[in-house]
Design a protein around this ligand. Sequence first.
Ligand code: SF4
Ligand code: FES
Length: 338
Amino acid sequence: MSEEVKKFKITIDGQETEVAPGTTILEAARQIGGKSVPPAMCYYKPLETSGGRCRTCLVEVSKGSEADPRPMPKLVASCRTGVMDGMEVKNLTSEKTQEARKAVTEFLLVNHPLDCPICDQAGECHLQDLGYEHGVEQTRTEFERRTFEPEDIGPYIKLHMNRCILCARCVLAANQLTEKREHGILFRGDHAEISTYLNKALDNDFYGNVIDVCPVGALTDRTSRFASRVWFTKPMNASCSCDKCSGKAVLWMKGDEVIRVTARQDQYGESEEWICNSCRWDKKDVKYWNIEGPRHIDRHSVISLNHYQKAADEPVLLDNPMAKQISTKDEAQAEEQK
Ligand code: SF4
Ligand code: FES
């Protein structure tokens, strides 16, 4: 008879949940759901060894564990720190965490161009969301930003190195989805850049997925560049019979035209299943697809607005009966006005 594994109790922003040993703080927060989930610019659950690079997911551990209740001396990366039994974590409720996130956002934007008005990722860019929540209005840096010329990586992908935040998700995706490793991050420090040899490694049926994993507009689909702002398109769940992948994708439509095809992504922008290049690029026509219906975009995003429903402002609590709802600012204000 298999022994039942004792679960670890963790409290995040006053909300309690139980997780299996080995779970990270970030995954525990996702189990609770809502606004206590730290943002993650480099962690990507379907990619092994992702995380630990961007520091946007920093949280304060105010109690290490039941056995050793001392707080952790520094903020920790929640995507790489395992839960201990009795651990208490502060994310939204920690001033230190919020300050650190602001600093990390500023750091990520030091070299990032503010070209959202012409960037194809605008509206679904995680850095844009982060900048909106934690960014400062003015830059404190005077030196020139590092600049690169945009490059074509094969016929379908454009690399805008200026926008890259070196999260390494594309490197891991190409590495884990292709057979040979001929790419990566070249150089170190502020000279670091994504190798253009990426195109050599990308001779594979699944290389288009590097576009979907990029949290910013550094890797974009050349076949749909500048075709439409994402919020003017309608995402539709669609499926086709495909012998390379599951054939389950999202068609981004404008009228009857398929602007682009992407993998289906969850509320954290992570692909549920990789799609093949043939579905992504050869089938940009409704005749290849069975349209299942509108795709609900779970993330708080402009894409969800004006289409099917207004994005809810309240924290969403997932299946966890122990979780308590955190008051949102609006609720607190409403209470005050009573
Ligand atoms: S190109 Fe995109 S996915 Fe690749 S490292 Fe840069 S930001 Fe990350
Ligand atoms: S998401 Fe944890 S360090 Fe990037």
